[in-house]
Design a protein around this ligand. Sequence first.
Ligand SMILES: [Mn+2]
Length: 445
Amino acid sequence: MLNRAKEASDMLQKHIDNDDVIRLISHNDADGISAAAVLANALNEEKIRYHTTIVPRLKEDVINSLRSDKSSLFIFTEMGSAYVKELNTFKSDVIIADHHQVDDTEPESNLVHVNPHLFGVDGSKELSGAGSSYLIARGLGKKHLSYFALIGAFGDMQGQDGFIGMNQLIVEDAKKSGVLEMHEGLKIVSKSTEPLYKSLAYTFSPPLPRITGDLTGAREFLEKMNLSYGIKFTDLEGEEQDLLKDALMNINPDIFGMCYTVPKETPLLRDLEEYAYILDACGKNKKFGLALGIALGEREKVLNVAVDLQRKYRDQIVKGLEWAKKEGAQQLNSIQYLYSEDKVLKAVMGTIASIGLSAKVLDDSKPILGLSRLYKDIKISGRTTRDMVEKGVNLGKALNDASNNFAGQGGGHDIAAGAMIPYEAKDNFLHLVDEIVEYQLENNS
Ligand SMILES: [Mn+2]
């Protein structure tokens, strides 16, 4: 894996030495932005001209439109592994730094394919797209950029229970290069920027039942402990912080754990999990340029805009969770679902379904589907618990089989999956998923 990354580093170095123009193409989520940021920061340091494009999905029309671009090197990050065949036909050099599933297409001599799956490393757990990209920058001696790989990993939920595999190697790089500090602490968000009750209510992961997404619940919890809910966590006395820590750990022990910080960063971005959340909020609001600007070091105004976006996004989720709590989910025999035509709710339905389940706002004894209508289609995000998976539920398979029946498409993991189906098929689709999940539970051996 590291040898392959070194091949990519050498290809990149060759183009740097030639003073070539380089084209970066990356994905729009927190991992994709971090992946672009690793290489863009590296190219900035080398004073090389480059152009970055962030896209929601790599499709053939995107690839075809790049064919006429005169750049001498294309680098696809956090995507591209599914398009080796098409990219083989490029006249320029191509680097792919991805961590999604691979097929067995062999790369031509103009292409270097960096992907953990090619080396038996599980890219869903052990290395992010930003991680694959970092390994290329690493070959250029840029270990100080390693923390972007960790931001990407947090964006893909790879670090929340500790880093493993290749990610662990990156943590070591970050420590050795002096950019990263690690300490155990409370993993609540916006400790130094939001009033305490909001810090608690906005902490979606790890979930805090009756507090997560619940501003009133968070306030009552703090009042019961005689802590003033309006001040910031960082303004609490040491003793009060300890008291809060113990009370929160009684609700969910995961709330106390390893924090990864970059001390030289501005306070808002110092904690890498929070850095990933900010990039995610920009991405969800389609402000890709803003996210990339932050990762390239733009501050002040730009950062304020991002924080406002994040606040709005968090408030949408809180509103959605309040709605889910009040209305409850629609119940079928073996599954439940959330559906609304409300514009704000629609935009965060998948997130509400997922946090609603983990924070126990919704009954977690049945898998949940969050449905949002997009014109003539319905987008579905499904989520269940580890416990239900052990009882036989495989949501990825259920959503794949059911959506295929209605000219849609779907799939994913056993515990979390998604699908897209025509709007008219909604009710029939739900009943089919219900039957499939019922069958999975009955036939679990
Ligand atoms: Mn990713």
